[in-house]
Design a protein around this ligand. Structure first.
Ligand code: ZN
Ligand code: CU
Length: 482
């Protein structure tokens, strides 16, 4: 027998392969950007050998829900992501995508598009193809799969977004969807809860999204209402999926508002039932507080609100709204007006709901992190290690293998990311070497920026992007489509 030679050989790891099956011990070999062999490779040689004894090797994590559209260009090393083991991000969520922007850039940028970039400088891609081509020419450290945002399309198409789109406007938006899908977008996202899209009737969404089916693309939604009318919103989402004949993704599934606490029993039941007739997916972040732009109507419904960034009064990033009001004086309405444009964290979920949704078998992990924010919600840096550490190892919400599946194999399958999310011969070498006994969040509400604990090495397409506690500077990320 001849000795096999590989580019990289990871020796003696415990392998958790992303399918949910039990861990096993194996060596894993890489040639180029793919896994070339898994098994006992004691006889093999390699250009580079990684001694993985005592560590666990998993597929790279796929962040099912991000707002990293601008981060990939402005900070392509993607430190908040690769430091926690993320190797692929799904971007363009909640109706908000950086492209297309064919005409004059709104000034000031229309909220919530400003949560990507409030200066407007990065909204510089006339077409979705321009944007993806830039990412192909100047890759980020992570792979990406991108959605085109319905809110972005409304803003570029309609003079007045406070009404339903006309048939001409719908046709124009549909052409943008066609262009984006042809360029490589994997679907459309909506943010029907946000002012620029709240006036869009269900039929508008269906008509704009018509091209999805023939491209095998998905519909992802920040639903119209995650509070009192969450059940109606789920029905609307299912209806859109059935009308279009496509898979739907319920983004950051949650139930908000005190009087709705506990209703995840009902929502998960509705989701489970719908899954029997159509393709329904969902993702969740592991926190009982949400985060988005600062808005008076949201602040009013919350006992506690923390400011994450502010153009009006930047000194208050990280402060609670109550503290700002005490220092500045005035009503909530006045103080919010002075802070704007701004972002905030809203403490408005029930911890048992969060756990129930996270533990649901079909729930994928998505951070919903907001890299634009000065003092971001800790989900940006800590989502994945928190699921593995706090919720998995600590509270025993799921086995380690299940938790890994929720952030790898399940997500790859739902988004149609071929040969990702699993460790097996022939799959792409997106890999995380970690210590499953110590992996834990390195960021929290008080200290929202910091790398995860216990993440040893992260590889994207066979190349190390995170090693020895730092980014390597490699940028092997690909634009993924299906
Ligand atoms: Zn959202
Ligand atoms: Cu989001």
């Amino acid at each position: 027998m001849t000795t096999r030679h590989f580019d990289v050989l990871i020796r003696g790891a415990q392998v958790v392969d992303g399918t949910g099956s039990p861990a096993f011990d194996a060596d894993v070999a890489i040639v180029g950007d793919r896994i070339a062999a898994v098994g006992d490779l004691a006889e093999a040689t390699a250009d580079r050998i990684i001694d993985a004894r005592g560590l666990t090797l998993t597929p790279g994590f796929i962040d099912a829900h991000t707002h990293d559209d601008r981060l990939m260009l402005s900070d392509p090393e993607m430190t908040p992501k690769v430091s926690q083991g993320v190797t692929t991000i799904v971007g363009g969520n909640c109706g908000i995508s950086l492209a297309p922007m064919p005409g004059a850039v709104p000034n000031p940028m229309t909220p919530p598009l400003d949560l990507l970039d409030d200066t407007g400088r990065w909204f510089k891609f006339a077409t979705f193809a321009d944007y993806l081509n830039r990412l192909r020419a100047e890759p980020a450290a992570t792979n990406c799969a991108m959605l085109v945002g319905h809110t972005t399309l409304r803003v570029i198409t309609m003079a007045d977004v406070k009404r339903a789109a006309t048939s001409d406007e719908i046709a124009a938006m549909r052409r943008h969807v066609e262009e984006a899908l042809a360029a490589g977008a994997i679907g459309v996202s909506t943010g029907l809860a946000y002012p620029p899209a709240i006036s869009a009737p269900t039929q508008e969404v269906i008509d704009v999204c018509r091209p999805l089916a023939e491209h095998g693309a998905l519909y992802c939604t920040h639903m119209r209402d995650e509070g009192d009318r969450v059940a109606d919103s789920l029905e609307e989402t299912f209806l859109i999926g059935r009308e279009l004949g496509v898979a739907v993704v319920i983004s950051h599934h949650k139930v908000i508002g005190e009087k709705n606490y506990g209703r995840s029993v009902e929502t998960l039941d509705l989701i489970r039932k719908a899954m029997q007739h159509q393709r329904v997916c969902l993702d969740c972040y592991p926190y009982a507080a949400s985060s988005t732009i600062l808005a008076l109507h949201l602040a009013r419904t919350c006992k506690r609100v923390t400011i994450t960034w502010s153009r009006g009064m930047p000194q208050y990033a990280g402060a609670d709204l109550a503290e700002v009001m005490a220092r500045e004086g005035g009503t909530m309405e006045e103080v919010v007006a002075r802070l704007l444009p701004a972002g905030a964290i809203y403490y408005r979920m029930d911890e048992p709901d969060v756990r129930r949704i996270l533990a649901f078998d079909d729930t994928m992990i998505g951070s919903d992190g907001l890299p634009h924010d000065e003092k971001p919600h800790p989900r940006l840096w800590a989502t994945f290690p928190r699921v593995l550490g706090h919720y998995g190892r600590g509270l025993g919400l799921f086995t380690f293998e299940r938790a890994i599946h929720k952030m790898t194999g399940l997500t790859a399958r739902n988004f149609g990311l071929t040969d990702r999310g699993e460790i097996r011969e022939g799959a792409f070498a997106d890999l995380v070497l970690l210590n499953r006994d110590t992996v834990a969040e390195g960021a929290d509400y008080a200290h929202p920026i910091g790398p995860a604990i216990g993440i040893d090495t992260v590889l994207v397409n066979g190349r190390a992007v995170w090693m020895d506690g730092a980014v390597t500077g490699e940028r092997p990320g690909l634009v993924l489509s299906h």
